[in-house]
Design a binder for this molecule. Structure first.
Ligand code: TYM
Length: 332
């Protein structure tokens, strides 16, 4: 049996990037004969400037959207990170396993720390230790596979290093996990800045398609997407034509076609954008509709999360207890 774990951070409204890069894989995974856990990682949302009421609202919204996207609480465990203390208990032991240099090398840390400094905010210590908490999220469940977008590759690599190091020093405790990425759209780019990732907490929403955007808004954003100059027609070239390649990737992810082949069917950007807009609107329509139904009954979502936390805790507790013992702590 393969155990799968992944998470999403409630720092903004979920985007098309989250859906194509991660959530869609999660929904597919829960139908395989695997054990799957999915987590709204709310503690991670506290690593940057945040508004308490917004984090709480976005946490419930993320959980509701994951259910709307097709996660079935009968087939997987859906829960909120802060409801299961084992994550922070284990994070401390992994802080005693990781090094300062290792964490300072993380690309996302460098980017986010620079952003916080530019905004005049201090860099929270938790921003540096973030990947250690993420490693704890994964290792507490003896996870085999972590379905994520491309941007999380480095964090999962660190998780693997920490698991191997801990096992070597203190005896076999953790499963060494591997990241899995979708074949296309593992890195959906911003429609206005196609050299940057489409990120849910970015300030300028014009290049970001949110899962809850109305169809008219989705169309407008796609039709206004930045394309590339050049007279070579529609070609798939991520380096030279990042804007067009991104649109082709999104269309490929929506239709199951190959992006290079798709490019051959277009002579102009207008028709391509219209097809991308139609495909994305249709992809998101059932998610939006189901979200509206589920959001009308937040108590039901809370119940799913409570039950999920119970199941998650039961799985994580023995693993984390074992790690406490292995590292040299006296049993209570
Ligand atoms: P987060 O919340 O930024 O993103 C959630 C998932 O969506 C993927 N993703 C994308 N995929 C393709 N294109 C994009 N533009 C795009 N933007 C986001 C991310 O790769 C991710 O899979 N650190 C994680 C959350 C986390 C986690 C974990 C994940 C905490 N603990 C344990 C897996 C396992 C994060 O910030 O994801």
């Amino acid at each position: 049996m393969t155990r799968i774990f992944s998470g999403v951070k409630p720092t903004g409204h979920l985007t098309l990037g989250n859906y194509l890069g991660a959530v869609r894989q999660w929904v597919a995974a829960e139908h395989a004969p695997d054990e799957a856990l999915f987590c709204v990682v709310d503690l991670h949302a506290l690593t940057v400037e945040h508004e308490p009421a917004r984090v709480r609202r976005l946490s419930r919204q993320a959980a509701t959207l994951l259910l709307a996207a097709g996660l079935d609480p009968q087939r997987c465990t859906l829960f909120v990170q802060s409801h299961v203390d084992e994550h922070t208990r284990l994070a401390y032991l992994l802080e005693c396993t990781a090094t300062d240099g290792e964490l300072r090398r993380m690309i996302q840390y460098k980017e986010k720390a620079a952003k916080a400094q530019a905004a005049g905010d201090g860099v929270r210590l938790s921003l540096l230790t973030y990947p250690v908490l993420m490693a704890a999220d994964i290792l507490a469940y003896r996870t085999d596979e972590v379905p994520v977008g491309e941007d999380q590759r480095q964090h999962v690599e660190l998780t693997r290093d920490l698991a191997v190091r801990f096992n070597q020093r203190y005896g076999h405790t953790f499963t060494v996990p591997r990241a899995t990425h979708p074949a296309v759209a593992a890195r959906v780019m911003d429609l206005q800045e196609p050299t940057s990732k489409m990120g849910k907490s970015d300030a300028n929403g014009a290049g970001i398609v949110y899962l809850l955007d109305e169809p008219g808004v989705v169309r407008k954003k796609v039709m206004r997407a930045v394309t590339d100059s050049g007279d070579g027609g529609v070609v798939y070239d991520r380096e030279a034509r990042p804007g067009v390649a991104n649109l082709l990737d999104v269309l490929a992810a929506c239709t199951g076609a190959d992006p290079v082949r798709l490019a051959e069917g277009y002579t102009g950007y207008g028709a391509l954008k219209r097809d991308v807009a139609d495909a994305v609107v249709e992809l998101l329509r059932p998610v939006r509709e189901r979200h509206a139904e589920l959001a009308a009954d937040p108590a039901e979502v809370d119940k799913v999360l409570r039950e999920g936390a119970g199941r998650a805790r039961a799985l994580a507790r023995p693993v984390v207890d074992r790690a406490y013992e292995a590292i040299g702590l006296l049993a209570p």
